[in-house]
Design a protein. Structure first.
Length: 325
């Protein structure tokens, strides 16, 4: 493997608050340590299409507090094909980029993993996703900000739920993981969370609702993790049928959850992990994602990072249940 002089950086998949802080950290740490940096626009799609610009320290000025990603992002179809990845490799050669840094979620790290097995290009990943579903890291960049956004929204919904004595089903993002739903339910004092990691069925749901609204409360909030088959609408319809006496509403928070200025925690996480990328490169690490475990920066092999079984602490289900009596 040749010497690394120039590092390419891209953001890919769904954006997350803190991606800019990560771009800034990688860029500035790299330049500090004597590397050149090139920004690759629009994720893997921009790599295949050679949308690449030399970065200086000024390229990342005043972005630490901005949501979204200055590099833009995309879910590239062409990079999923062997021809697309070959083209990406040729562009990297042509641009003189010796190592690739990918900031993104599960799909993006999977892309880097496949690419690194096909071509001799050192790839380093950074966990950038609101879903917190990457294995081997306690936190992903953007998760904390999104959690706070959800809690802020649910606090507002609580006001109107109370005034009207209604049951609200609030749908949150998370793809196949329930971290956002479970943690936001605890933080917002919701009566229940419906998450893919738990086999909450309609009976259990009715138990929550019945208990909450009959016993001591005049309103209820249930946080539902998004799902194509049984999202908030599905559960709301079931409760409407079983309890026609209750006034039920649905609120799907949608993409408001992905925007906004990153929290201090996300900015610090992104800054630490971004610096970790350059340490990893200097350390001779290849094809790993930089994660955080027990507040220590760690290297997670790509094959682990993309595992789909990141565990949720099941004791949190009991915590929520007991706190919502
Ligand atoms: O992975 C991030 C995420 O926001 C998921 O929580 C959600 O399922 C998905 O992306 C939505 O993607 P899009 O913005 O393409 O609709």
């Amino acid at each position: 493997m040749g010497k690394i002089n120039c590092i390419g950086i891209l953001t890919s998949g769904g954006d997350s608050p803190g991606m800019n802080a990560a771009i800034r950290s990688v860029t500035r740490t790299a330049i500090c340590k004597g590397f050149r940096v090139k920004g690759i626009y629009r994720g893997y799609e921009g790599l295949v299409n050679d949308e690449i610009k030399e970065f200086t320290t000024e390229s990342v000025s005043n972005i630490i507090g901005r949501g979204g990603t200055i590099l833009k992002t995309a879910r590239s179809k062409s990079f999923m094909t062997p021809e697309g990845r070959k083209k990406a490799y040729d562009i990297l050669q042509q641009e003189g980029i010796d190592a690739l840094v990918v900031i993104g979620g599960n799909g993006s790290i999977t892309g880097a993993h496949i690419f690194a097995t096909e071509f001799d290009v050192p790839c380093i990943g950074l966990p950038g996703t609101i879903d917190n579903d990457l294995y081997g890291t306690d936190l992903t960049i953007g998760y904390d900000t999104t959690l706070n956004t959800i809690v802020e929204c649910v606090d507002k919904i609580r006001d109107t739920a109370n005034s009207h004595e209604r049951i609200f089903f609030v749908e949150v993002m998370g793809r196949d993981a329930g971290f956002l739903a479970q943690y936001s339910a605890i933080a917002s004092g919701a009566e229940a969370a419906i998450i893919p990691e738990d086999d909450t069925d309609a009976d259990q749901l009715e138990h929550f609702i019945g208990r909450g609204i009959r016993k001591s409360k005049n309103s209820s909030i249930v946080i539902v993790s998004e799902s194509p088959k049984c999202g908030a609408m599905f559960y709301a319809d079931r409760v409407k049928k079983e309890y026609p006496q209750y006034d039920v509403r649905v609120s799907i928070l949608g993409h408001v959850q992905r925007g906004g200025s990153p929290s201090a925690r996300d900015r610090i996480l992104a800054s630490r992990l971004g610096a970790g990328v350059i340490d990893a490169i200097l350390d001779g690490q290849r094809n790993v994602m930089i994660g955080i475990r027990h507040d220590q920066v760690v290297y997670v092999p790509f094959s682990d990072a993309v595992r789909s079984d990141k565990a949720m602490d099941k004791s949190l289900i009991k915590v929520l249940d007991e706190l919502s009596i």
